[in-house]
Ligand binder design. Structure first.
Ligand code: ATP
Length: 240
């Protein structure tokens, strides 16, 4: 299928559906999603539990395939790409951050980040990545010696050390209190601005939408609303 999308879009999603067969029944997680994500844009993805946010993020990041529909990345059709292309895409183009940090407990912050830099094609050093999330002084700490917010920032450093074009975050502040969540959002915001990384953040917290360029809300497997913010609120001014 030829690309109908805006040539500046990093991702173009057209009529994407996802059906999970569950024994006798089918779960329709996505029911026809259309979305273009622009280069460098910071998008917050809102919506009730079960509305399809994680399913969409996993499809964008090449962790899952749609049942039908098409996804393009930089104009290249990903939904028909070979396993090899998808592996290179995941390895070099996409950084993922999840609610739980998934750090290896027996490795220091620097070693956790270097796991990724060792297999990427154009990484920054682990030290540079940790500096970007304001953890230059914690490189030799083990996860158990760091707070939840610091561990999440190590996870962010690990995700961006490969200089991904895209950073996909699924509830990155979901396990954190508000003050700690702010430090994590500040790190994500700084990376978006300084590296120009196209960023998508899933959250249940609508207040976080104010720091984004764009707020997309999903409902029942659809994009229910899609708004651009005329002005972005700085992370420190967020109230929740
Ligand atoms: N691997 C799977 N197998 C079966 N059903 C699934 C699977 N993954 C997701 N679903 C179902 O698809 C629907 C959408 O799930 P998804 O996780 O995308 O929603 P969400 O908006 O991210 O929800 P939450 O905010 O609770 O994380 C839900 O009904 C969910 O139960």
């Amino acid at each position: 299928m030829s690309n109908p999308a805006d040539p500046n879009a990093v991702f173009s999603v057209r009529d994407v559906t996802k059906v999970y067969p569950m024994g006798e029944v089918e779960v329709h997680a996505l029911r026809g999603v259309d979305l273009d994500l622009q280069r460098g844009q910071f998008t917050v993805l809102l919506g009730p539990s079960g509305s399809g946010k994680s399913t969409l993020l996993n499809i964008l990041g090449g962790l899952d395939l749609p049942t039908a529909g098409t996804v393009w990345f930089n104009g290249r059709e990903m939904t028909t790409a070979s396993d090899r292309v998808l592996t290179m895409f995941r390895r070099n183009a996409v950084g993922f951050v999840f609610q739980f940090y998934n750090l290896i407990p027996s490795l220091t912050a620097r070693e956790n980040v270097s796991l990724v830099t060792e297999v990427s094609s154009n990484p920054m050093t682990p030290e540079e990545a940790l500096e970007l999330v304001d953890l230059a002084d914690r490189q030799n700490h083990f996860p158990a010696q760091m707070s939840g917010g610091q561990q999440q920032r190590v996870a962010i450093a690990r995700a961006i050390a490969k200089r991904p074009q895209v950073l996909l975050c699924d509830e990155p502040t979901g396990a954190l209190d508000a003050a700690t969540g702010i430090t994590v959002l500040d790190a994500i915001d700084r990376i978006n601005r300084s590296l120009g990384t196209t960023t998508v953040v899933i959250t249940h917290n609508a207040a976080i939408g104010a720091m984004a360029d764009r707020v997309v809300t999903m409902r029942d497997g659809h994009v229910a609303s899609d708004q651009q913010n005329d002005t972005k609120v700085s992370v420190n001014e967020l109230v929740w």
